[in-house]
Write a protein that binds this ligand. Structure first.
Ligand SMILES: [Zn+2]
Ligand SMILES: [Zn+2]
Length: 119
């Protein structure tokens, strides 16, 4: 979709997306979750699931097929809203792999993990 220059550098289009999402989350009572209710995300989510043939990519790497029901952001929405709609930052996962991926992040107790990506 877009050429990546360097880590931490975004194209103009990505910066626009980042601004849009920051603005969206700042104005909505849903905060960051507001993004998961946008038409843009729902469309992209379906695209990624179709790309991955509705299968979990982590399970596939282990040689088994599990139906994916979540599209996960490799770089989190909050950390890199610029990449919220970037194909390279998105992967289809089943519920248990998705929990696995996020498990390490809840240990410091900063934030209880909820999974709006599944919607
Ligand atoms: Zn899986
Ligand atoms: Zn996730």
């Amino acid at each position: 979709m877009s050429e990546r220059c360097k880590e931490g550098k975004y194209t103009e289009e990505e910066q626009k997306i980042g601004e849009w999402i920051r603005d969206l989350s700042a104005r909505s009572y849903r905060g960051w979750k507001a993004f998961y209710h946008t038409r843009e995300w729902k469309k992209k989510r379906t695209e990624i699931l179709e790309r991955d043939h509705y299968g979990c990519t982590m399970c596939r790497a282990k040689g088994k097929y599990t139906r994916a029901d979540t599209v996960h952001h490799v770089k989190h929405l909050k950390d890199a809203p610029e990449l919220a709609l970037d194909d390279g930052n998105l992967m289809s996962l089943c519920a248990s792999c998705h929990d696995e991926v996020h498990k390490g992040e809840t240990r410091d107790g900063r934030e209880r993990f909820s999974t709006p990506e599944r919607w």
